[in-house]
Design a protein around this ligand. Structure first.
Ligand code: ADP
Length: 524
């Protein structure tokens, strides 16, 4: 596996994840827009319906009022108009106008009365500055205009008039000759009536949705229902009948608004879940790739380490065997020396080969354990006996401290392998300490055997990893000593296989302590 493989894995996961995120965000935005446009469509429908009702009501009122005026008897017109003004709350002022004379009723007075204010308000119209314009029934297709057209036998109309930005409506009709009679609408009564027209809508079908009627300045005339601050309403003008007035419908507070928010939330959460699981999957995959790469590297270095480990003792054996074959040993002592080297080196070879074989069996889960009662310290002494050569070669002094005799359950071969590895390691890495202390002690249910040295110890950061296969501490001592990084990993696995354990701890005063624990046969 090359260096680039994890990056490739990462890209392979990150790219689709990004594309998916992009697509999901677009989808969510699309859904949101669709919901918003649906809500707007709904607002538009409501606005058209309700404002249609408002306009219909206003124009019907206007047409009825003008019909009433038209029907008034000419001789008593003034009295009749006055009576209409008093009886009908929608009539604010009444008037009679003649083309040459101007307003003939009511009479102008110096006192500031409502009537006087009315005459001043409409003075330009009454003076003849403006024409008496009919309602635009041809262009105006609203229901009201159609009603007006039907009843219109004489010229008549409604004139919108603004005073101080306030809308006033003046209705007029020809009464015969050059006489015009008319009325001014009482706008406050109109507004009050419109309020009672809107309330049933919001309280009924619209479920409290906010409706508003406002004038040209944005001043609220009628408000029904509720809306949150900052909500933008859908706005509709009310045509020539109520110029500059706006009908507003606010978005519904509950259902669709909530649904939109819920969809966004759920969508966002799902997206997060997908991206998180992709990221987690990607992380595992990349971690796996890195681990595989590390293992591949370790295996390569394992092969070269083992080859080197095999070669060193073989070279020594061959060299000393050749010396002996050529009769180069001058004295029997030198000959014994040569033979000792050959024995020690072949033992080293055997240990290495045994380790490799054990590793293979453990990897393939083919290692069988034949556990039986083993007597300590007898067994340990016999194992250490076989390591005499190694101990002598590294000039290590061995001390055994056996607190008591004990019977453990163990596979003799496996326990032998573990102890040999531990003592061999002490000779390899802690030879500078010159001594090894092997202690045997009994716990309640377990027996422990510890192998302690006075070597350099193991840094805590590495101590966690020394039982991993192929792991070797990267320091100056290890660099000069051959090894495969398998010994401790095999030893710990063998101990687990026998129901025991192996762990490392720092030794007080410097060095390492490797402790083997085994179940006690006599406490079983
Ligand atoms: P190997 O000895 O083949 O390298 P091991 O699994 O037996 O592999 O040991 C792993 C590493 O632990 C060694 O490379 C060495 O760095 C460290 N180690 C083992 N025993 C000792 C010890 N007694 N003192 C210091 N370091 C040790």
């Amino acid at each position: 596996m090359s260096h680039k493989t994890p990056i490739l894995y990462l890209l392979l996961i990150a790219l689709p994840a990004l594309l998916l995120t992009g697509a999901a965000i677009r989808l969510l935005v699309g859904v949101r827009e669709q919901l918003a446009s649906l809500e707007q469509e709904r607002q538009r429908t409501i606005a058209e319906k309700v404002s249609g009702e408002v306009v219909t009501w206003v124009t019907t009122l206007q047409s009825e009022l003008l019909q009433q005026v038209e029907r008034l008897p000419q001789p008593t017109l003034q009295q009749e108009l006055r009576a209409l003004q008093q009886d009908n709350p929608f009539v604010r002022n009444v008037f009679i106008w003649e083309s040459e004379k101007g307003v003939i009723f009511p009479k102008s007075s110096p006192v500031e009365t409502e009537e006087q204010r009315f005459l001043i308000r409409f003075a330009p119209l009454f003076k003849g500055d403006y024409a008496w314009q009919e309602s635009k029934s041809e262009t105006d297709t609203s229901y009201s205009s159609r009603v007006l057209t039907k009843v219109q036998r004489r010229r008549s109309g409604w004139i919108p008039w603004f005073e101080g930005n306030q809308l006033h409506l003046l209705g007029w009709t020809e009464m015969g000759g050059k006489r015009i009679a008319g009325i001014e609408l009482e706008m406050s009564a109109v507004v009050a009536r419109l309020q009672s027209l809107l309330i049933p809508w919001t309280e009924g079908r619209l479920g409290g949705q906010g409706l508003e009627l406002s004038d040209g300045q944005g001043g609220v005339l009628v408000a029904a229902g509720t809306h949150s601050k900052g909500q933008t309403p859908f706005e509709l003008t009310l045509g020539a009948h109520l110029p500059h007035w706006l009908f507003k419908v606010y978005p519904k507070q509950t259902s669709s608004h909530l649904a939109e928010r819920n969809i966004l939330w759920i969508g966002g959460l799902l997206l997060l879940l997908v991206v998180a699981s992709l990221a987690a999957g990607g992380f595992l995959l990349v971690r796996d790739a890195i681990l595989q790469r590390q293992e591949a590297l370790q295996k390569t270095s394992f092969v070269s380490n083992v080859s080197h480990e095999l070669k060193t003792p073989l070279t020594s054996i061959r060299m000393y065997a050749e010396l002996l074959a050529d009769n180069k040993a001058a004295t029997p002592d030198v000959m014994r020396n040569y033979l000792n080297v050959i024995v020690t080196e072949s033992e080293r070879l055997t240990r290495l080969v045994n380790n490799v074989l054990d590793f293979g069996r453990l990897e393939q889960k083919r290692r069988n354990y034949h556990c039986e009662p083993v007597k300590l310290p007898e067994f340990i002494i016999s194992v250490l006996e076989t390591l005499k050569g190694v101990l002598e070669a590294s000039e290590m002094k061995l001390e055994i401290n056996a607190e008591a005799e004990s019977l453990v359950t163990a596979d003799r071969d496996a326990l032998n392998r573990v102890l040999v590895n531990l003592v061999d390691n002490a000779c390899k890495y802690a030879a500078a300490g010159k001594s090894i202390l092997v202690t045997i002690g009994n716990g309640k249910k377990q027996t422990f055997i510890s192998v302690a040295d006075r070597g350099p110890g193991i840094p805590t950061a590495h101590a966690k990893r020394i039982f991993e296969r192929f792991f070797r501490v990267d320091d100056s001592v290890t660099a000069t000593v051959g090894g495969s990084g398998l010994g401790l990993s095999i030893a710990q696995q063998l101990m687990h296989g026998m129901g025991g354990d192996l762990h490392w701890s720092p030794r007080e005063g410097g060095g390492s302590v490797f402790t083997v624990t085994l179940p006690r046969e006599d406490q079983g």
